[in-house]
Design a protein around this ligand. Structure first.
Ligand code: AMP
Ligand code: MG
Length: 338
């Protein structure tokens, strides 16, 4: 049975599991992670096994002190330093060439490592108490929606890991923005997240959103961010992403209303939608807040045994880009224009 740990003494207990090489659930501001000692190859292998994660999909390494970054990477260029100063602690992962400190298994065999300094106080407390950087991929079984509550994590990991630390619902609700540096002035977004390309544009002259973010790559294309090549974030239901305005979306849904069908809609569509609807996303003041509801909505569809989920596509600016990126993968690139 998985144990739910709650208070300061529990952080010490979770850290003790980590020091023994056992992975534990860790809340962060993005999603819940499955954390282990990033420098212990056996512990890292346990994380891959518990998730059923392909071995070439690298783990992000989490620190809780700026000083713990330098030993993990060959060099911190000025642009990386600027990014860290601006966005850490927070939902940004910075990829740089790794030192020998990082085991190859943690890096998925790559010669680089992605490092992040999370903002969540429980994550920071666990990293500090463990005394080592923590490798922590999202705490779901590989391929399924990321967990944004401890209950989601327990659904996926009960019986596979000893404990998950409680940290409430995740504020961001989408995984971190992953960036690499092409040159001294150029940031490449490998995975969009809560830190948007618009925000990154205030730091660097050039921000490139990698092709893999919005398009399906040909099978022989070189993928800079290995996670991007897998079908991902998918609920059990078949997912179709529908791009169009409210009227067109509702009209498209009309002949498709049937048992087992559900629409994932913007809050403003919910009243007008005749299908069973789960609101997940809207724009305006609450854009950020609504990204937090997205993965929970996919899990809600699973709990309701939905077989076909039609999703009204979000815009691709701001945090919407991160949600859209997850959705096209959940949909296996089944996108219709209405
Ligand atoms: P997750 O930990 O489940 O949020 O997945 C982390 C994702 O970050 C991976 O699937 C990769 O796509 C990306 N990533 C992590 N480390 C690297 C790296 N060294 N180079 C490129 N992408 C990385
Ligand atoms: Mg993941």
């Amino acid at each position: 049975m998985i144990t739910k740990l709650l208070d300061a003494q529990d952080v010490a207990e979770a850290a003790a599991w980590i020091q023994r090489g056992e992975p534990v659930g860790m809340p962060t501001e993005t999603v819940y992670g499955l954390a282990c000692d990033a420098l212990n190859p056996d512990a890292v292998r346990r994380v891959f096994a518990a998730k059923g994660r392909p071995a070439d999909n690298p783990l992000i390494v989490h620190i809780a002190d700026f000083a713990d970054w330098a030993p993990l990477v060959k060099e911190i260029p000025p642009l990386a330093q600027k990014l860290a100063e601006q966005f850490w602690p927070g939902p940004l992962t910075i990829i740089l060439p790794r030192t020998e400190q990082i085991p190859a298994v943690t890096a998925g065999g790559l010669d680089t490592v992605g490092v992040r300094f999370p903002a969540h106080p429980v994550a920071q407390a666990l990293i500090q108490a463990s005394g080592v950087p923590l490798a922590a991929p999202s705490g779901n079984r590989s391929g399924s929606p990321s967990p944004t509550t401890s209950a989601h994590m327990m659904q996926d990991m009960d019986g596979r890991i000893p404990a998950v630390l409680e940290g409430g619902s995740c504020l961001c609700g989408v995984e971190s923005t992953v960036v690499a540096l092409d040159d001294a002035q150029t940031i490449r977004v490998l995975r969009p997240g809560f830190v948007t390309p618009e925000q990154l544009g205030r730091i660097a002259e050039n921000v490139i959103v990698d092709d893999a973010v919005l398009t399906k790559l040909s099978t022989n294309a070189i993928v800079r961010s290995p996670g991007m090549k897998y079908k991902h974030y998918a609920p059990n239901a078949q997912v179709t992403l529908v791009q169009g305005d409210q009227d067109a979306f509702l009209q498209y849904m009309q002949p498709r209303l049937a048992a087992g069908v559900c629409a994932l809609v913007f809050d403003a569509d919910a009243a007008a939608c005749k299908a069973r609807g789960i609101p997940y996303h809207t724009y305006g003041d609450t854009d950020e807040a609504r990204a937090a509801a997205f993965f929970a909505a996919l899990r809600e569809a699973d709990a309701a045994h939905i077989t076909h989920l039609y999703v009204r596509a979000p815009r691709t600016d701001g945090v919407g880009l991160a949600v859209y990126n997850r959705l096209i993968r959940a949909a296996g690139y089944d996108v219709v224009q209405v």
